[in-house]
Design a protein. Structure first.
Length: 292
């Protein structure tokens, strides 16, 4: 009887792995409390964060790109380079903003799975781009506003095209210092309207009436005006096509990368929150029995 007691007392006690047990219980608790649906509170909060970050980055881009716009106005820079850099900045700003917004949505959604967090990121991206497309003019900022004159040429009538400042400037430069009976802007507009409509004889007679030139001299001058107007319209068309292409590719690329970054950000936010919830708590200090 004494031998059995001694063996029992000498047997070593195996320590219980408190950390693994705590982690297992926390994992089971999180799976039990996990909500299957998305958290709209987190989605709208993430959308606000994404919009704030996007406005901040776009404002920074406009501030940094002011010198480039100044060089474009001064004629020392090309349109293509500024458009490409603006498009790249818009894409980067959208991707970074959506990652931050989706990450915040995942952190604020409570206990959800990583897959649900990724889905929430896609929802944030959809709402964000719907808002961007509805306010496309203000979102693109200086890029779209700088090209508004070229884009406005599409769908205009000959009279409206004749009033285009670029067309009128080309015709005034071709006229030179020839004295006119009417104001130069009015003469340029009337000539451009007649030329665009294909009324060459009417434009020649109007030019002869305004300048006092003979029919032959007016016809020669009119050929110069037609060449100038055609080159200007061709330049406007090329610029418009270039702008439409850049804007289209910019939005397409921003949609792809923005949605991808939203997907990753939503999953990362939820994973970070789950890791915080699953961290084992330190062993609680046991109160020592007081000595009798």
């Amino acid at each position: 009887m004494e031998i059995q007691i001694e063996r029992t007392q000498k047997e070593p006690e195996r320590p219980i792995p408190i950390s693994s047990a705590t982690r297992t219980l926390a994992t089971q608790a999180s799976m039990t409390l996990e909500r299957p649906g998305i958290s709209w509170r987190g989605v709208f909060a993430g959308l606000l964060v994404a919009c704030l970050a996007h406005l901040t980055l776009v404002s920074l881009g406009i501030a940094l790109g002011g010198s480039s716009l100044k060089a474009l106005i001064g004629g020392t820079s090309k349109l293509g380079g500024i458009a490409a850099s603006s498009a790249l900045w818009f894409i980067l700003a959208s991707a970074i903003s959506l990652y931050l917004g989706s990450y915040a949505a995942g952190k604020l959604s409570g206990t959800v799975s990583v897959r649900v967090g990724q889905l929430q990121g896609v929802v944030v991206s959809a709402l964000f781009f719907a808002l961007v497309l509805s306010q496309a003019g203000s979102t693109l900022g200086a890029v779209s506003r700088g090209f508004s004159g070229a884009l406005g040429t599409l769908g205009q009538t000959p009279t409206e095209v004749g009033k285009n400042p670029m067309v009128q400037d080309a015709i005034r430069n071709a006229l030179g210092k020839i004295p006119l009976k009417s104001p130069p802007d009015q003469v340029a507009s009337e000539l451009a309207t007649r030329l665009i409509r294909g009324n060459r004889s009417g434009a020649r007679d109007y030019l002869a009436q305004q300048t006092g030139l003979s029919t032959k001299d007016a016809d020669t001058k009119l050929s110069q005006l037609m060449t100038a107007a055609e080159e200007t319209l061709k330049s406007i068309g090329e610029t418009t096509a270039q702008v439409i292409s850049i804007v289209g590719w910019t939005l397409f690329t921003a949609l792809i990368f923005g949605t991808l970054f939203s997907f990753l950000g939503g999953g990362a936010g939820v994973a970070s929150e789950l890791r915080l919830n699953l961290q084992p708590q330190g062993p609680r200090s046991r109160s020592k029995p007081s000595a009798a």
